[in-house]
Ligand binder design. Structure first.
Ligand code: AVJ
Length: 325
């Protein structure tokens, strides 16, 4: 059995109010937008897990293959503490620990995720490993790193995991600031493993983000339904269409929700009312795609030295292991 400690309660009145404030702030910008981390309520997390099993979304499988193939080198015997930012189902961390085998000392695991249901699932996935202690942090990456950054012992060696191409959600300035925050939570010789989806032909990218089964559409539209549920909104879900667009110039896939007609929308708990024109969009996510050398330079720019880079050339995905310098 894995002992589990949990920090922070779930949907507090405070976090609901934060959601309402963000919805008001971002939906009134030009263009209208919503922060992508709100896609992951309980239903959204389940839909994302389903996306990861779609034949058109090969990222997760490619990353898992790389993790299994290089587990021993990634989780070497000297690592005492692992922190995963955005752990999701916990399957990758479990595969890494299983793949690294038994020749290691006790491990402290910290998993950070905004989704309570994802943390519960990850806790179950990590049960049953010997000499593993788990702490869950139900919070944002930055707050999780902050909690983690404090107390450390001199003998600790940390490995931070940022997988699944979650880095792709940041725009370049946000990405660099974020890598700086990760670096600040580490000491020289600690490591960061970064999983990043690579540039590939546009038609493959569009299929990955607009799948024929409509799972990604449901994942995107669920954000409106979440606002209806949690903030007493009155979005008519069938009044919106999922759109995935490739922005060549910025090298990113964008997800939008496109209004199918002119309509008035009210969101009670965000104290908001507005009209959307036919064809007007709400921008809900960006997923930047990179080349392997760009990954090396973003890491070097943040105070890391690259130790290894493994690439799945079939599905175009990269795992990069870097050391804090
Ligand atoms: C979990 C943010 C990496 O951008 O590919 C999947 C989320 N969005 N399908 C991604 C997502 C649409 C995913 N990340």
């Amino acid at each position: 059995m894995t002992p589990t400690l949990t920090t922070q309660p779930a949907t507090t009145p405070g976090s609901r109010c934060r959601f309402a404030d963000d919805v008001r702030e971002f939906l009134t910008q030009k263009p209208r937008q919503l922060p992508s981390h709100y896609l992951y309520d309980e239903l959204g997390s389940a839909l994302f897990e389903a996306i990861c099993r779609l034949p058109w979304y090969p990222l997760t499988r490619a990353e898992l293959r790389l993790l299994e193939a290089h587990a021993g080198e990634i989780l070497d015997a000297g690592v005492t503490t692992v922190i995963e930012l955005g752990a999701g189902s916990g399957a990758k961390l479990a595969a890494l620990i299983a793949g690294a085998g038994t020749g290691r000392g006790p491990l402290d695991l910290h998993i950070v995720d905004v989704s309570r249901s994802a943390l519960a699932q990850a806790s179950r996935a990590l049960e049953g490993f010997e000499r593993v202690r788990l702490v869950t942090h139900e919070t944002t990456y930055e707050a999780g790193l902050e909690e983690f950054g404090h107390a450390r012992s001199v003998t600790e060696r940390r490995l931070a995991l940022f997988l699944g191409s979650n880095i792709g959600n940041f725009d370049p300035p946000g990405r660099d600031a974020f890598l700086g925050t990760v670096r600040a939570a580490l000491n020289p010789r600690d490591a960061l493993l970064l999983g990043v989806d690579l540039l590939k032909p546009e038609r493959e990218l569009l299929l990955a983000y607009d799948d024929p089964l409509g799972v990604t559409a449901a994942f995107n539209l669920n954000l409106l339904s979440r606002i209806n549920r949690e903030l007493r909104g009155d979005f008519e879900i069938d009044g919106f269409a999922h759109r995935a667009l490739w922005n060549e110039e910025r090298s990113r896939i964008e997800m939008h929700l496109c209004s199918r007609r002119r309509q008035r929308i009210g969101i009670r708990e965000a104290d908001l009312e507005f009209v959307m024109a036919e064809g007007e969009m709400i921008w809900t996510e960006s997923s930047y795609k990179y080349d392997p050398p760009q990954i090396v330079s973003m890491l070097e720019g943040a105070g890391f030295g690259v130790r290894a880079q493994w690439i799945d050339s079939v599905d175009r995905f990269a795992l990069t292991l870097a050391e804090a310098v």
